[in-house]
Design a protein around this ligand. Structure first.
Ligand SMILES: *Cc1c(COP(=O)(O)O)cnc(C)c1O
Length: 462
């Protein structure tokens, strides 16, 4: 099978075509932070794959059939049945998005001073833990350190270090282990079922709750069918079921593999924990049968979860990302290998060798992609993950200077991706021309969302 999506376009949306002068003005006004741009100043928006997917005709039809009753709506039961079939968890709560599930679960389960362990905590997951006075500790596997290696499961949690923590001096403080599938903070790399099985067994042995952050459970399942021999003949849905089976519950943003514009999920096995969560849910999100969502959202999510686990859809998505990866690599830009599904992670540190970490090469490449082609993407380097001092100077750089090019589900075509690759190739011909940046304004929490910066021209240029 070659490159071909198992769907065609029925409704279109024009995208803005802008001039370089317009983009220069827009980016300056945005404080050189693409998060501050207006979306209608962006030609190809690859900032995130979250809530940006295209709906199917069936999802839209279902939204009209939705039941908007406050309690016990038909739409809730449709949603619950799909989630129950997939996860086998008895307690299923919709929430308005993934971070609400994080806040509710952590508030119910943890007390200040406790530790959460993960392959890599997502940024809001970490923020919700820290807001509760808990600590988030990442234990990515050793293979994840080498960005260039073709290791199939670089999203795995480090089982040796996990066991060390669970048997070491901090053991009693560990309140939770949460494995993110796929590992978004770790290059979008998948987690093997073997790794999940072993991590789950370790947690069970030490009496620690084991959860999945399952935002991209279907994409992880696809990569397991492709890369883990023991599951080669299984469907993505079967593999997803096996993953959920290994955990005590899951948190999920349904804006990714739920193919919804909004929505999240908290699902649990434990009755007592569920009761506590339900109280918090009702107080802060909504009644347990809607959790802050409309009936039409629940209908669309129920179908989105089914569509996202269709093998032909996942195959096309994987091929699309692999195609872009091949073009980008040919243009001389290295990526975190091997490519996954939801994004490519460009090695900006290696491309922009003239920029030290405190000039934020990842951010510089993200800004250049916007200036050169109206393409918006996300820095995942020292601006996002590094530590700044009180005068906003970088004191601890991130381990890598990356840029994430996220691929929204069912939205862009092959020619859009070819345009992205061509824009990147033009930058890669003269990387030394790309200026660095300095931070001029930054909030304490989740800095990258709202900080402002200014360009610092390379020495010898004005
Ligand atoms: C998006 C995401 C979240 C947070 O979900 P929201 O729906 O954005 O609140 C948590 N974990 C992972 C891995 C995610 O990708």
């Amino acid at each position: 099978m070659g490159l071909m999506e198992p769907y065609r376009i029925k409704v279109i949306e024009p995208i803005p075509i802008t001039t370089r002068a317009q983009r220069e003005q827009a980016l300056a006004r945005a404080g050189y932070n693409p998060f501050n741009l207006r979306a209608d100043e962006v030609t190809i928006d690859l900032l995130t794959d979250s809530g940006t997917g295209a709906l199917s005709a069936e999802q839209q039809a279902a939204s009209l059939r939705a039941d908007e009753s406050y309690a016990g709506a038909r739409s809730f039961y449709r949603f619950r049945d799909v989630v129950e079939d997939l996860t086998s968890y008895p307690h299923i709560y919709p929430v308005h998005q993934g971070r609400a599930a994080e806040r509710i679960l952590f508030t119910a389960l943890l007390s200040p001073g406790q530790i959460s362990i993960s392959n890599t905590h997502f940024d809001t997951t970490r923020a919700n833990l820290e807001l509760l006075g808990c600590a988030a500790r990442d234990l990515p596997c050793q293979e994840a350190r080498d960005l260039d290696s073709a290791e199939p499961f670089k999203g795995n949690i480090d089982l040796v270090r996990l066991e060390e923590v669970l048997t070491g001096p901090d053991a009693r403080a560990v309140g939770l282990v949460v494995v993110t599938i796929t590992n978004n903070g770790g290059g979008g790399q998948p987690v093997s079922l073997a790794n999940l099985t072993a991590a789950s067994a370790l947690c069970r042995r030490h009496g620690v709750p084991f959860f999945l952050d399952a935002a991209r459970f279907a994409e992880n399942a696809w990569l397991v069918t492709q890369r883990e021999g023991a599951y080669a003949g299984r469907t993505p849905r079967e593999v997803a079921r096996l993953a959920f089976e290994r955990a005590d519950g899951c948190l999920a943003s349904l804006k990714k593999d739920g193919i919804g514009h909004i929505g999240g999920l908290l699902a649990l096995r434990d009755d007592a924990l569920a009761k506590k969560c339900e109280g918090l849910l009702i107080a802060t999100e909504g009644f347990r049968t809607y959790g802050g969502l409309a009936g039409r959202d629940l209908e669309m999510l129920a179908l989105g979860l089914l569509e996202a686990t269709e093998p032909e859809y996942l195959r096309a998505r994987a091929e699309m990302t692999a195609y872009l990866a091949a073009l980008v690599t040919r243009a001389g830009v290295d990526i975190v290998a091997p490519p996954g599904l939801h994004a490519l992670y460009l090695n900006a540190g290696r491309l922009l060798r003239h920029l030290p970490p405190d000039r934020f090469p990842g951010h510089a490449l993200a800004c250049e992609l916007y200036l050169a082609g109206g393409i918006r993407c996300l820095e995942l380097g020292s601006l996002f993950l590094g530590a700044l001092d009180e005068v906003r100077t970088l004191i601890t750089p991130a381990p890598h200077e990356l840029v994430r090019i996220a691929i929204p589900r069912r939205v862009y075509t092959q020619s859009h991706l070819e345009y992205v690759a061509a824009t990147l190739a033009a930058i890669a011909r003269h990387p030394e021309r790309v200026p660095g940046y300095r931070v001029i304004e930054a909030p304490a929490l989740l800095r990258h969302f709202s900080c402002r910066l200014e360009p610092v021209m390379p020495v010898g240029r004005t």
